[in-house]
Each structure stands twice: as structure tokens, then as C-alpha cells.
Write a new protein. Sequence first.
Length: 267
Amino acid sequence: MPNEVVFDRDEIERRCEEYFSIYDMTQKRTREMCIAKTEHSRIVASNCEDIAKGQGFDRYNIDLAWIICELHDFGRFGQIIVTHSFQDTGRWNHAHLGASLLFKHGLVDDLIPNWNEIDEDDRIVMEKAVYHHSDFHLPENLTPRKRTFCRLIQEADQTDIFRTIVKAGWKTIYGHTKEEILDSDFSDAIVQAFFRHELADYSKRTTYADFHLAHIALCFGMESKASRHKIMEQGYLHQMMDIEFTHPAVEDKFQQIKAEVRKYLNE
Ligand SMILES: [Fe+2]
């Protein structure tokens, strides 16, 4: 019975850390990027555990979700070393690369002590969840269990985006100062998409404020109540909105935007 498998999470974490430590040999920006992804994987796994508990998952399924999150960005490291970027272009789709390394080349067997005891269907659930974690739209033909895990991992991954933005700071994320952003206005197309609760079409961003609003709109990807709760508990999205725009008409729009976010997260 698949649900009787008990995972040694400490050992899995130790083996993942050992794998990540390979990248200590990298230098400067590459090393910083690798360290950031190691930290991201750990935080996403922890957030995922809380969200899975909030959704009423049992111990086995919580552990399965936690493991997938520990593994979900394994493809990032090769991508960073070769391309010095997080951009998924051409053959560098980090999600597909990670799924291939882990499940096709058998890295999971080294990382999970009792990999062979996991039910075949759940091994495929794990592979699919890694493979599709950065998809804009999931494929239609996923089984309900695969879809549940794919969505859970996507949401857990997104809960860490706001931390990443806040920690990096305005200049790093946008290439402009906070003052420059607060002095600009929002484009109609980006505001309209926001109030339809759609993730922004990045190609339509034209002003500095649009870039920030597009990031705030990422909260609309949180379908589950447990993920929304996590976002509120973390407080990073709140920090991103704890600002005041210079021009009164823009600030008025921003007040409505903030009210919409609060309403959505509390639903
Ligand atoms: Fe990722």
C-alpha cells in the first residue's frame, strides 16, 4: 500500500544539501544565484508542508509534497552555471531539465532512501509535479491526483516569490529606485487585467509602476485558501503594498488595488 511508506525526511534533506553543496565551488554572482535557489527550495518545501496540512492532507501526502518541493528546482543549478540566468529559453527549461535529471537519469534513487518502495503511480505524480511546476497552464489530461499535486507545488513555489522580491530590493528587481517607481503611473491594460484577477501580460507593461503591479497580481494564482493564508501570514505582499505613490490620482488607484488584494486574500 503506497500510503504506508514512511520517509526519512532528515536523511532526504541531508542528501539534498550534499547535492546543493557541489555548487559551493561556483563563484560570485553564480554562487549567489545557487545559494538563493537552495534557500528557495527549503522555504518552498516548508510553506508547502503548511499548505498541505491546511488542505487536510495525511502524513504520507504531506511528506510527498514536501519532497517534491525540495526537488522542484534541481534543474536550476545546471541552468545557472551554463546560462548565468533564470530565464527559461529554448532548451533551458529548468523544470524539464530537473525532471529529466531526477527521474530519467535516476538521481531520485540517490536522494530518497526508499525510492523503490514508492508506488509507481506516485513516482509519476512526483515527476509530473516537477516537470510542470513552472507551466503557465497545466495540461488538460492530468489525473485528479496529479493535478492536485501539480497545483499544490505551483502555489507553494509562488508563495516564495514575494519574499524574493522584498529581499532583493527595488533596484535589483526593477533596475530603478523606489522613488522612480512611486513617481510613475499604471497603464490601463495592466490595471484592467488586475481587476479581472488575471496574471499580467508582461509584454503590456510600459511604466515602472506596471512592473510592480504585475508582481502584486501574482497573488491571484493562489487558488487554495491555505495558500492565501500563507501569503497573509508571511507579510511580504503586505510590505510590497506598504507604499504611497507621489501623484494623488495614482495613489487613489493604488488604494483600490490594495482593497482588491485584501478582499481576494480574505475570501
Ligand atoms: Fe522553479
